[in-house]
Each structure stands twice: as structure tokens, then as C-alpha cells.
Design a protein around this ligand. Structure first.
Ligand SMILES: [Zn+2]
Length: 105
């Protein structure tokens, strides 16, 4: 019967048998004989939240990230009518454009 213990392990023998601080011996079962499968991933960075293991996301380093250029909605007030630029296509920018000209929203 497998158990989880905080007792110190004195040594691990060649066949995997653990000898604990009080000379208690325990040989872990091979994976194919275990009743419950090991769910912890081999990656040491894995994190458990609730009953689920999560691996860190593979993302670009911060220096290689490129953020999209952003504009405030009020910047479009000076644009000509029916301008097709990205901020002008936003509904709130179109509302501000119409409000600045006294048109109905
Ligand atoms: Zn525009």
C-alpha cells in the first residue's frame, strides 16, 4: 500500500526501495501495476490547481512581443467622413465623430 509521508528517506537502493529514517522499507510499484495512475506531469514547472495539473504556457519573451498600435476614440474626430482606418471603424469612435458634428448618434 502506497503512502505519502513526510518522513526522511535515508537512502534509495538500486531497485528503487526507499529506506526511511526508522529503517522502514518501501518499494514503489511499477507504473503498470499501480491502481491509480500518476497524474503529475514530468515537467517540474507543472502546477496543480484543484485536481488539475497545469503546464506553463509557451509564450514569447517580453522583449520579442509586439503590441498593436492603439488610438483613443476621440482621435477620430479630426478624420474625414467615412474614413476606413481601424479606430474609425469602431462603433464608439463613429458615435463620437457624429456627436462632434452635431449629428444624431
Ligand atoms: Zn479614421
Amino acid at each position: 500500500m502506497a503512502s505519502v509521508t513526510h518522513r526522511k528517506i535515508r537512502r534509495i537502493e538500486d531497485d528503487g526501495t526507499r529506506v526511511y529514517w526508522d529503517y522502514h522499507r518501501y518499494t514503489p510499484l511499477p507504473d503498470e501495476d499501480r491502481t491509480y495512475a500518476k497524474r503529475k506531469p514530468a515537467d517540474p514547472r507543472a502546477l496543480r490547481f484543484g485536481s488539475t495539473w497545469y503546464l506553463p504556457l509557451e509564450v514569447l519573451p517580453d522583449k520579442e512581443r509586439v503590441m498593436p498600435e492603439t488610438f483613443g476614440d476621440d482621435q477620430t474626430v479630426d478624420h474625414p467622413a467615412l474614413c476606413k482606418c481601424a479606430p474609425c471603424l469602431r462603433p464608439e469612435a463613429q458615435r463620437q465623430w457624429r456627436r462632434a458634428r452635431g449629428l444624431r448618434p
